[in-house]
Write a protein that binds this ligand. Structure first.
Ligand code: ADP
Ligand code: MG
Length: 386
């Protein structure tokens, strides 16, 4: 319950985070850099954020004692993981300010509720149907095919999704995901994908990062590019306005990422939201004067929000575990020294011990004076990484 009458938490206070993944780690780094103490709750003893946090509570999100300990240690709490049970956030909120609120996170973690929220905000999304029963499955309009069946909960990086062309394929796909609640979305003709990071304070004020243009491979974000003229300015403005109205509609406090599709006819369609910093916002660490993690610290600590300014064109390359296997089956360290010899390259690794194919191990931010130079360096880095 972020309360706009509360005073800011100044450096020296302790900020708690639910979840110990890489987003939690980068939040912890940022908070500590600004003079805060940190507490992380995560069941994994080797979680990336745990390795760098002042305090660590090694337990699951459902453990009432662990949550009570997090509340005791922390002056305010945030989350880095959208699938934290809303009940855990609600329990914490009884004791400490929590942002984002359980009510907002619970919308973001359920694709059916998320889409209903987009409709309520008047922001166009893909035509869809909710499938929770055999009757709903049978009643699906053929207008939605070909489509993508997505589990309503727990999907990420393209997981929990099946592409279907016919009613028979749809029925088989719903079977294959265990008949859990799903949404079926019409397959749209995409021209490109983009996203916006919005930060909204307890006073309702919002700031945002520049609109990011994203390239996915196999359902996983691969590359983000951010520079002027990367997107038609009117489209970027439309995306920011839509993201702000989605955040306002949720009474959101914190950092929110809104992902969009731009269709081949030029229209903008919202895809999904993440109630936390997002992979596509990582470029802000090196290309903006305020990063998405600083925005998160500021919203949790109720510090003023100032509009970030991008000072360099940027390209972000995701570093998946596959790069460790570029030369065969034995894991090898990628050639970091050669990569870092390229001007404007900034390496971020998450401290994950074992590289696995498809696992997000880190990212490389590339900044340059011009978009062309940033792209050229990104191509050189990608060639070195194999
Ligand atoms: P995730 O939670 O795994 O990121 P998304 O819903 O964002 O799931 O889908 C992952 C990717 O699949 C998108 O970034 C996009 O490339 C593609 N995709 C998803 N939905 C559609 C759609 N309705 N039409 C066309 N492509 C889609
Ligand atoms: Mg997505």
């Amino acid at each position: 319950s972020a309360d706009n009458t509360l005073a800011p938490l100044l450096p020296g206070a302790t900020l708690g985070v639910l979840g110990g993944g890489q987003l939690g780690r980068m939040f912890v780094h940022q908070a500590q850099g600004m003079g805060y103490f940190t507490a992380v709750l995560d069941a994994d003893p080797t979680s990336p954020a745990r390795l760098v946090s002042h305090h660590h509570i090694q337990t699951g999100y459902e453990d009432p004692q662990g949550l009570a300990e997090l509340a005791r240690l922390s002056d305010a709490v945030t989350t880095e993981f959208e699938n934290v049970p809303a009940a855990a956030l609600a329990a914490l909120a009884a004791q400490r300010p929590v942002s984002p609120a359980a009510s907002a996170v619970s919308v973001a973690q359920d694709r059916a509720r998320e889409k209903a929220h987009f409709v309520a905000c008047g922001v166009p999304c893909a035509p869809y149907a909710v499938i929770e029963t055999a009757e709903q499955l049978a009643a699906v309009s053929s207008d939605l095919l070909p489509g993508i069946l997505k589990t309503a909960r727990m999907g990420y990086d393209g997981k929990g999704q099946v592409r279907v062309k016919t009613p028979a394929e749809l029925a088989a796909a719903w079977d294959s995901v265990g008949k859990v609640p799903c949404v079926l979305e019409k397959m749209l003709p995409l021209a490109l994908e983009c996203s916006v990071i919005v930060a909204r304070g307890a006073d309702g004020g919002t700031v945002h990062l520049p609109v990011q243009r994203n390239l996915h491979r196999d359902g996983i974000l691969a590359v983000t590019e951010v520079f002027e003229q990367n997107l038609p300015p009117a489209l970027a403005q439309q995306a920011v306005a839509a993201a702000v109205s989605i955040a306002n509609g949720l009474q959101y406090v914190g950092v929110l990422c809104v992902e969009f599709f731009v269709l081949q006819d030029g229209s903008l369609v919202v895809n999904e939201i993440a109630p936390r910093p997002h992979n596509s916002g990582h470029y802000s660490q090196n290309a903006c004067d305020v990063s998405q993690f600083e925005l998160q610290v500021r919203t949790v600590a109720r510090l003023p929000l100032t509009q970030p300014r991008q000072h360099s064109p940027a390209v972000m390359l995701n570093l998946l575990g596959d790069l460790w296997f570029a030369h065969g089956d034995a894991a090898q360290t990628p050639p970091w020294a050669e990569v870092l010899a390229l001007p404007g390259t900034h390496l971020h690794l998450y401290g994950k011990r074992d590289a696995k194919r498809g696992r997000k191990m880190g990212h490389l931010n590339i900044t340059a004076a011009t978009p062309e130079a940033a792209r050229a360096t990104a191509l050189q880095a990608a060639a070195l990484l194999g």
